[in-house]
Ligand binder design. Structure first.
Ligand code: NAD
Length: 247
């Protein structure tokens, strides 16, 4: 075990309230591309802003629906990796020791719950769900067809139940994430580029409130110079060592 992992684990062992923020990087080893990597092949000529905004959907609903259908398929075939399992194990360890634990994720793939994580705050929605564009009616089933399907209640087009650029985050999820960042003394930030707001501010808020902030990412990010400990590597490699699974 490296000195950095050892240090992070000691801090975790002494924590009284733990918050974790995950981004697309934690699901990379489950075969789900990060946002930038997802724009390859067929989709290489688009920018995220051209596909993941309400304006993009209004301009070309079929294009946006098809991109999400392609990503939904990748998610449906994916299983949690060692990083997801390790975070679920850390949550169980925290519970056993009456340590408060909150996992905040920017991911829309549902893999944390699939790995057994229980207290999960989904900041950006869930790609497995859909709702209608005009009223946000939740819709459980829809027919796959050449056309974008419509809402059985109001007839408006269906869209993924995810937060697009320029949209507000669900207020209860954001409030829970802010509360966790403010009250934790150990904040772990995994696989996020810390550039998409407001999630990007959470580790900085935790730092301001006195928490130790541990970053895990294969490459440096804007958080790196501020982190208490920076773990350089992948989630599936390093998170098991941080949990007791690594012993
Ligand atoms: P991002 O694509 O901006 O950044 C991903 C980060 O993960 C990068 O810093 C990268 O260095 C790091 N990374 C890559 N492989 C890793 C690994 N194996 N282990 C650990 N880290 C690794 O993603 P973001 O910061 O989450 O923000 C982009 C937005 O895209 C989010 O809002 C999210 O909702 C959305 N998104 C979600 C998914 C998903 O649900 N799986 C996938 C793509 C995009």
């Amino acid at each position: 075990m490296t000195d950095d992992i050892q240090r992070a684990r000691e801090l975790l062992d002494h924590a009284t309230a733990v918050a974790v923020l995950t981004g697309a990087g934690i699901s990379a080893e489950s075969g789900i591309p990060t946002f930038r990597d997802a724009l390859t092949g067929l989709w290489a000529r688009f920018r995220p802003e051209e596909l993941a905004t309400p304006e993009a959907f209004e301009a070309n609903p079929k294009l946006v629906w098809d991109w999400y259908a392609w990503r939904r398929e990748a998610v449906a075939n994916a299983v949690p990796n060692a990083g997801h399992w390790a975070l679920a194990a850390i949550e169980r360890q925290c519970r056993d020791h009456q340590v408060d634990f909150t996992l905040v994720t920017q991911n829309v793939d549902g893999l944390h719950r699939a790995a057994g994580s229980q207290r999960v705050v989904e900041l950006h929605g869930n790609i497995r769900r859909v709702k209608c564009f005009d009223h946000g009616h939740a819709v459980d089933r829809w027919e796959a067809s050449e056309q974008v399907p419509t809402c059985p209640r109001c007839g408006s087009l269906l869209r993924p139940d995810v937060v697009w650029f320029g949209e507000s985050l669900p207020s209860d999820a954001l409030a829970a994430a802010l509360a966790a960042a403010r009250t934790c003394d150990f904040f772990l930030c995994v696989g996020t580029s810390t550039v998409v707001e407001p999630a990007a501010s959470l580790p900085f808020l935790a730092l301001q409130c006195g928490a130790r902030v541990i970053e895990l990412n294969p490459v440096p990010t804007p958080l790196t110079p501020h982190a208490t400990v920076s773990l350089r590597g992948t989630a599936a490699q390093l998170l098991p060592a941080l949990s007791r699974q690594g012993q």
